[in-house]
Each structure stands twice: as C-alpha cells, then as structure tokens.
Design a protein around this ligand. Sequence first.
Ligand SMILES: Cc1cc2nc3c(=O)[nH]c(=O)nc-3n(C[C@H](O)[C@H](O)[C@H](O)COP(=O)(O)OP(=O)(O)OC[C@H]3O[C@@H](n4cnc5c(N)ncnc54)[C@H](O)[C@@H]3O)c2cc1C
Length: 459
Amino acid sequence: MDSIYKSLAEIVGEDYVSNKKEELYIYSQDPGMMEPHEPDYVVMPKTTEEVQKIVKLANEEKIPIVPVGGSMSLSGLVIPHRGGIALDLKRMDRVLEVNEKSRYVVVEGGMTQGKLKAYLERRHPDLRHSMPDSPPSSTVVGNIVIHGQGRLTQQYGFNSDMVTGLEVILPTGEVCKIGTCSVSPYWFALAPLPDLAGLFLGWFGTTGVITKLGLKLYPKKKIRDVEVFVVEDPNLVPDIIYRLTHTEMTEDIVVGAQPYPLIFKDILSIIILITGDSEEEVEFKRRMIWDVLRTYIDSKEGGFSMLPPDMKKMLLKMPSADTIRFADVMKGGGFEYSGPIIPVEKFPEAYKKLLELSSKYGITFGHSGRVIGRSHCMMFSFGYPFNRADPDNIERTKKALHDTNVASLDIGGVPWKPEVPAQKMIIERMDKNTLELMKRIKKLLDPNGIMNPGNWEAE
Ligand SMILES: Cc1cc2nc3c(=O)[nH]c(=O)nc-3n(C[C@H](O)[C@H](O)[C@H](O)COP(=O)(O)OP(=O)(O)OC[C@H]3O[C@@H](n4cnc5c(N)ncnc54)[C@H](O)[C@@H]3O)c2cc1C
C-alpha cells in the first residue's frame, strides 16, 4: 500500500478513500465535453478537521487536490487534469443553523441543492434559497463557487451575491473564516468588513476548500404562478425584459427557445414567474405585467400563451424537470452548455449566433436565458446535447462550443463557468494588471500550486 493512500486512510477511514480503477474512472469526467483524466485517489471527508489534514498532506507532498461537489457544472471544472486527490465533499451535508429572523442558513461544504430544499420545506416552510435548475444532487457551494444563478436571481442577483459567510481551508492548511462569522457567533453578512469572499468565489476551487457556507434565505410566498409571453422577433426581447423588470413584480424571468418539437420552432418564450401570499396579490402583479406588455399585444408582435395545466405544472417545478430532461435528450446522454453572461441588449446578437452555429455544425440546441437582477445582465445559454458514442457528433459540438465562446467575447459578454480552453480565451483578453493581480493572489494563497491545477492558469 502506498504511503499517501495509507495517510489518507488514517485521516478518513478505509471506507472513504479509494484508488480502485472503477472509482477513479467515475471521478475522471463530468457529463460535458472535456477530456477525462483520472485522479490517483478519491477521498470523502466528513469534517472540517479531516479536510484540513488532507489539504496539509497534499501541500506537504505537493499533490494536486480537486474539490468535487455534484460534478454538474459540465465544463470539466472537477476533472483532475494533473491527477492527485479528488476531494468529494458530499458527506459534509449538514445544515448547521437556520436563523429565521435574520434569514440565513449555514450549511456544510457538500450540502446538495435537493437536501437543502427538502430541509427548508419541512422545517422552515416560510423560507427558501435561490435554487438553480441543475439536478438536485448538485451542491450549494459548487454553485456559488461558479457564480451560479437560481430562481431568485432576477430579484437578488447572482447566487454568489447571497453569501453571508464562509469557512475555508486555505491551500496551506489553515482554517479561515470570512464575514461577520470571523468576529461574531452570527453569520449574517460579509459587510462591513473588507470583502475577502471574492478570494474564493469564481476561482473554481483554486484558492481553497469551502467547508462551511452562510447563505441568504428569502420569503417563500404561498402561491406561485407563471405566464408565458411569446414573440418571434428577438430584437424585442431586451425591451420586454426592461419593461418586466421595471414593474418589480416578477420572481424570475427566463427566455427559452428550442427547434423541437416543431410547434416551438422560431418562437421565443419569455417565462415569467409571479408569487404572492394571496390570490389578490398575484392578480395585482399579473395585471401590472399585462399592462407593460400591452403595447406588444396591440401591435400583434407578441402575446400571452394559453398554458394547459400540465405545462403550467412543469414550468413551476423546482428544479425545472424540463431542463434536466433536456440534458439527456440525445441518444448517448452528452450535454454541455456555454452560458456567457451578457448585457441584456446583446440578446438579439447572441440568439442570431446560436441559430448560425447550430446550422453550421448540424447540431440541435436548447436555449434558456435567465435575467440577472433588474435587467443588469443575463445568462444566455447555448445548450448543445450530443451523442457520447458518436465521435463525429462530439467533434462538431466541440467546434460549436469553441465558436460560441469566441462569439460571446466578441459581443462583449464573458463565458460563465468556462472550461480550461475558454478560461485561456478570457485570460488573453483580460487587462494585464488584472491578470497579474490574479497571479499574485494565487501564488500567495497556494505557493505550491496544488489546488485544482490547470484552471485559471495564464500559460
Ligand atoms: C440540466 C442542468 C441544468 C442546470 N441549471 C443551472 C441553473 O439553473 N443555474 C446554475 O447556476 N447552474 C445550472 N447548471 C450548472 C451546474 O449544475 C450548477 O451550477 C451546480 O450547482 C454546480 O454545482 P456542482 O456541485 O455540480 O459543482 P461542481 O461541478 O462539483 O463544482 C464546480 C466548481 O466548484 C468547485 N468546488 C466544488 N465544491 C467546492 C468547495 N466545497 N470548495 C471549493 N471549491 C469547490 C469545483 O472544484 C469546481 O471547480 C445546470 C446544469 C445542468 C446539468
């Protein structure tokens, strides 16, 4: 037995470490397009202390270490490009505290979206978190690390804007608290202290392992309803979003488009979620929403769609079962999307590019775009399902994804949760002093370069 395996087994127990081929295989890939690469070990710690010991060991031995949540970010961010330790955090899945009056929750670093949702529904039915439409097995921390977006993003910003505190294991092994929890027993905010959370958000686990997270919770209204406004002309979408967000009456706004079934071809559906504590409140909001869109109804450029009860039920489901089903739409089960964050006014250009690339490479697509904040920006997904067993299909999809990233940057957007090649494209266009600052921070925090190597590397 090699000495690293033995040390890991001493830390977490024999049952939670493996170097068996079949288990390493699982951690060598995600459902996306990036080339697989096996780790040397898989470890599943249970406590902060165990994570700390593993990180210290990895740092001493200069072994790469890759934090793994649900592996659902799709762009290969958990693939151990240089081997080493896959640190699967899913055993760390406890809710540590819910503060009802200050509306925040503290969870461990491997808490899944599904478990947190179920926990809140059972014990705190008036509270909710901003759940993304990713599978329930994806983790809350994995989502905030990549600046994810959820059902409350249109009202409150990126899910990472909802962080109230962090406990992090630095790459050199120290446990560090960020936010009010570094001073007080309460995890209520990052302010008024210097904001150090940015050292860990958006870095894809290259600056430390998050073992605890404080997250804002929001009022859960009793009634949720949905309206779908349809248009054909993509040029109208930015103004429609502007009008809708001006009302401040919507919970979530998502634009959807897909070529199949044919009934949906060339139609843009703007899905508008409304919530309220009474029928009157919902009706009031609905009326305001109808009023701001009336001009498009009168000009016959758009209209509200009739929603059969089954369709309504499907649209109200959290996470959206439809998105998850779409991920598996092709024979072979491959799915990846590039979801650049773009200014809302760039929607028509991005949509045109999506149609162009899907036609150029002969692949199908699914688009969904989530409005972030009061129309501050949006995530525009270019979703491409592919057949993992068809090399030609994979090649064409890879090219489409590459061109998508170039086009996103060209229109002034920034690829979201970029895979390593897209990270390099971003770095190439980045302000040189910003890049230098990133390098200095990385070197300071992780002198031995052990944390998720390959990501955010300049060369
Ligand atoms: C069908 C489908 C729908 C989706 N819809 C959405 C959506 O609506 N909104 C959205 O935002 N995303 C969506 N996604 C993308 C993604 O699944 C989610 O963002 C998900 O929450 C990512 O979490 P994860 O646990 O899978 O992250 P992982 O892929 O496991 O990890 C992501 C990154 O975080 C790092 N990391 C993980 N845990 C830690 C930790 N404890 N400390 C430090 N670093 C860590 C990893 O190393 C990696 O770099 C969707 C994906 C699919 C397949």
